[in-house]
Design a protein around this ligand. Structure first.
Ligand code: GLU
Length: 442
């Protein structure tokens, strides 16, 4: 039997680190098992789904190197869902419910206030044929709920071990909305059956859905896939991921110069027993992947950790890998000079400005800087210019160490830290260096 997994995003926004983790774990599982991955666009909700989000999801996955073997879009499969719905209705497993959302909310609150679980009370099951006909005649369109069979629902979860639900503690789920549109809960099971999905791996927010879906798989006569639910990521403070801490989109991270392998190295190991380290490529992540390494604790995502991985990656990145993303005119010499000082690729722009200006110099001691400027050798500058110049300044002023170097760095770059001045000075050039040491913005 082919091992087949799927990544099934709803195209209601851009992918963020949370859903990329789902994509990556499924991708790694499929590759490790020599199986296949289906990319399924869950767009049954036409109001919230946007084709441009679906296109962006494909672009983001491609950029990350997470390809897929098969593709499906739920909006293309409505006729198939309608067929399944008709079958469930004739088998008596779907029943019409006429409550408005407000009524349902009231019922929910009443149940809670009486200390009962807020599950649907199946009032609609008691409607007589005449009552249903009367409601329909009033033009009220029903939602259709799936009648769960009482009893235990069990599965062995790849991550959570033995899981057990009592169907009596679950609400009969709505499978068809009053406007006739089937919902995710049904569409997902039909697709998993039709595409022969063998393993469903997703976040723990779907655990209760799994209980319901297992009954659906059984009712539809298909094999029940293997399930695995990993813990959702929390931010560094242990809270749900927010925009600031990790919910930033892949698009934004990419635009900011965060490299795919930094993101993948972090997400592949988050919540596992492996250390989080920069890994060289996806093949290494496949080799190291084992679903058994995932624990049940909530992993914390620290954006500082992502930046550390990215910085490490940047420091070894060759010019050819970044040249198209650098500011116009930035040379290999520039890249090699600054890459060790970068956290994100976008930081290169700051150093490019230090090189080409304008820079507002910091002149701490004008007399010292004037003395140094008088000793600046003529062009051409090369890798030795800095050491020969500062040796001359040292001889003339008696300064050494920080007292010698920091005022020069302040004057030449307007900053207190940065790449080696030996490499920066030839890039800055004599004209700008002189202007800055004279206190001018250049
Ligand atoms: N579209 C669903 C989601 O994004 C898919 C869940 C599933 O994997 O079944 O949550």
């Amino acid at each position: 039997m082919t091992v087949r997994l799927r990544f099934a995003p709803s195209p209601t926004g851009r992918l963020h680190l949370g859903n990329i983790r789902t994509a990556l774990v499924n991708w790694l599982y499929a590759r490790k098992a020599g199986g296949e991955l289906l990319l399924r666009i869950d767009d049954t909700d036409a109001e919230r789904s946007k084709p441009e989000h679906a296109a962006a999801i494909e672009a983001d996955l491609t950029w990350l190197g997470l390809g897929w073997d098969q593709f499906a879009r739920q909006s293309d499969r409505m006729a198939r869902y309608a067929e399944v719905v008709a079958g469930l209705k004739s088998a008596g497993r779907l029943y019409p419910c006429f409550e408005s959302p407000e009524e349902l909310e009231l019922k929910r609150k009443l149940a809670l206030s009486r200390g009962r679980p807020p599950i649907y009370d199946r009032a609609a099951l008691k409607l007589s044929a005449a009552e249903i006909a009367a409601l329909t005649a009033q033009g009220i369109a029903p939602a259709w709920r799936f009648k769960l069979e009482p009893g235990a629902i069990r599965w062995h979860d790849l991550i959570r071990g033995d899981v057990h639900f009592e169907a009596e503690h679950l609400s009969d789920p709505v499978l068809v909305r009053p406007d006739g549109v089937p919902v995710y809960m049904l569409a997902s099971v039909v697709d998993d059956l039709d595409f022969a999905v063998s393993h469903v791996i997703r976040g723990e927010d779907h655990v209760a859905n799994t209980a319901v879906q297992i009954q659906l798989f059984e009712t539809l006569g298909g094999p029940v896939p293997v399930f695995g639910h990993f813990s959702l990521i929390a931010d560094a403070a242990g809270e749900k991921l927010s925009k600031r801490a990790g919910a930033s989109s892949i698009e934004d991270l990419r635009a900011d110069g965060v490299e795919a392998m930094a993101i993948l190295s972090l997400l592949a190991k988050l919540g596992t027993s492996d250390p989080i380290e920069l890994r060289p490529d996806l093949a290494t992540l496949v080799a190291e992947f084992d679903i058994a390494k995932f624990g049940r604790n909530r992993p914390k995502l620290d954006m500082a950790e992502l930046d550390l991985l990215n910085a490490k990656l940047m420091h070894a990145l060759p010019y050819a890998a970044v040249s198209s993303r650098l500011p116009a005119g930035a040379t290999e010499a520039f890249w090699l000079a600054v890459r060790a000082n970068l956290t994100r690729g976008s930081d290169a722009g700051d150093w490019w400005q230090v090189v080409t200006g304008p820079v507002t110099p910091l002149i701490d001691e004008p007399e010292f800087i004037a003395a140094a400027a008088a000793l600046l050798p003529p062009e051409p500058f090369d890798a030795t210019t800095w050491s020969s110049w500062t040796a001359a300044v040292k001889a003339a002023t008696g300064r050494k160490g920080k007292d010698l170097f920091l005022p020069l760095r302040h004057a030449l770059t307007g900053r207190g830290h940065g790449p080696e001045l030996a490499t920066l000075l030839p890039l800055i050039g004599r004209e700008r260096a002189m202007a800055r040491m004279g206190g001018g913005v250049a």
